[in-house]
Design a protein around this ligand. Structure first.
Ligand SMILES: [Zn+2]
Ligand SMILES: [Zn+2]
Length: 413
């Protein structure tokens, strides 16, 4: 959500006037019955823009539901209104049926369009938060729910500032014990035996969020395992701790049995806490904690993919050195080339020139730094994954008329 919403959105209007149009003064419950718009007056409202066909919405809906139900139990005056971006009535009904809150009737295309425009909706899922008097409070409700859960309520700028300050204080006072010891447990697991957390203090620790039966995890785990073994031969001050995102304990056990490092015991709650604390947005994720117990980087996976063992010890100085070395080498890279796996010419990009973190379309691993990209297709690959072909016709190299932002976002996690 880049641009600020229009001034009419910021200045508000009553909740009823925002949610009704013409003669329609009702919303629809998940079972299809009418709910008077007036029932929402005086409440903080989340306008949820989403669609059934989009995986990111499917993933966010249960999270919002959990928060919504928790806020209901706490007796807060919070309501959600679904504004469907679905393609047809049956998709709408199917998706709305999974939600516990009301929706703008799917047939009222005009209202849905007005709300999309009024709040400058550029992508879904999107959650716009309105104050009880209809003023725009937040446009990044999805992010706030993901980061703070039900604590994000009442979503006022001052309450969010407090949460951010609290979070910063937590990170500033972070220690390895605070991270790894939940509910007084003072050990981690090393394939059948307990290792006191105090044994890990002072080491460089990789917190590895992963799960069984997810191909990107399996792929990265085997790569990480070989790097881990190499590093451990030289540096006994390095350790990796598996944080299981598995659905059940037997998947966890199977997943862990294939790993050469240690693990937190299986515990859904502590994984949830750690994921939220580090804002883990997908797996596999590797977070590196320095010898002082503070976070060195959350980009461990990228850095391993990019530099292999060379990334160790992941300090700022080390990474700066590696970046400089890469930039120096990049002077010899062609600025554009033809790659056997893509029908358009690819351009050289770096983090500072149109690139950024990406998922390589060749090897499907995360990437960062110098890469080759077709902006029009949202196609991007590691430099090492290029299979160069000589001189293709230029007629094929024109940009396709695809939606760039969508192509880019759908290739992400
Ligand atoms: Zn690649
Ligand atoms: Zn292309």
């Amino acid at each position: 959500m880049g641009s600020p919403a229009s001034s009419s959105a910021a200045s508000g209007g009553s909740i009823s006037s925002i949610l009704s149009l013409g003669n329609r003064d009702f919303l629809i419950s998940p079972s299809g019955s009418k709910v008077s718009v007036e029932e929402l007056e005086g409440k903080t409202i989340g306008l949820y823009f989403g669609a059934n066909w989009y995986a990111k919405c499917e993933k966010f809906t249960p999270l919002l539901t959990e928060v919504y139900q928790k806020l209901k139990e706490q007796g807060t005056e919070f309501e959600v209104v679904f504004v469907s971006c679905d393609e047809d009535q049956s998709s709408f009904e199917q998706f709305h049926g999974t939600m516990p809150w009301v929706a703008i009737p799917f047939g009222d295309l005009q209202s849905r369009k007005i709300l999309n425009q009024r709040y400058d909706i550029e992508g879904i899922p999107s959650l716009v938060i309105l104050s009880p008097n209809g003023q725009l409070l937040q446009t990044n409700g999805v992010e706030l729910i993901r980061r703070y859960g039900s604590q994000a309520f009442p979503f006022t700028p001052s309450s969010i500032r407090e949460l951010i300050a609290e979070e910063k204080a937590n990170h500033d006072s972070q220690t390895l014990e605070k991270l790894l010891a939940t509910n007084g447990r003072d050990y981690v697991i090393d394939h059948g035996k307990q290792v006191p957390i105090s044994n890990l203090v002072g080491k460089t620790i990789g917190l590895f969020f992963s799960a069984l039966s997810y191909p990107p995890c399996a792929k990265f785990t085997s790569r990480l395992a070989s790097i881990y073994r190499n590093l451990r031969e030289k540096h006994d001050q390095f350790e990796i701790v598996f944080v299981s995102v598995d659905k059940d304990e037997s998947s966890y056990s199977q997943c862990f049995s294939e790993m050469p490092w240690i693990a937190l015991p299986y515990n859904v709650e502590s994984t949830k806490l750690l994921s939220r604390y580090f804002d883990v947005q997908g797996i596999p994720t590797l977070i590196i904690i320095g010898p002082d117990g503070k976070t060195l980087t959350k980009e461990g996976r990228n850095l391993i993919n990019l530099h292999l063992e060379m990334a160790y010890p992941f300090t700022e100085e080390r990474l700066k050195l590696l970046r400089e070395k890469m930039d120096e080498e990049a002077k010899n890279y062609p600025s554009s080339l033809n790659h056997a796996g893509h029908r358009h010419a690819l351009n050289l990009v770096s983090e500072n020139s149109g690139g950024g973190p990406f998922i390589c379309c060749e090897c499907e691993e995360q990437g960062l730094g110098w890469a080759y990209q077709c902006l029009g297709c949202g196609y991007e690959i590691h430099r090492k994954c290029v299979r160069e072909v000589e001189g293709k016709g230029t007629s094929e190299n024109s940009l396709p008329a695809s939606d760039i932002s969508f192509a880019k976002s759908s290739s992400g996690l």
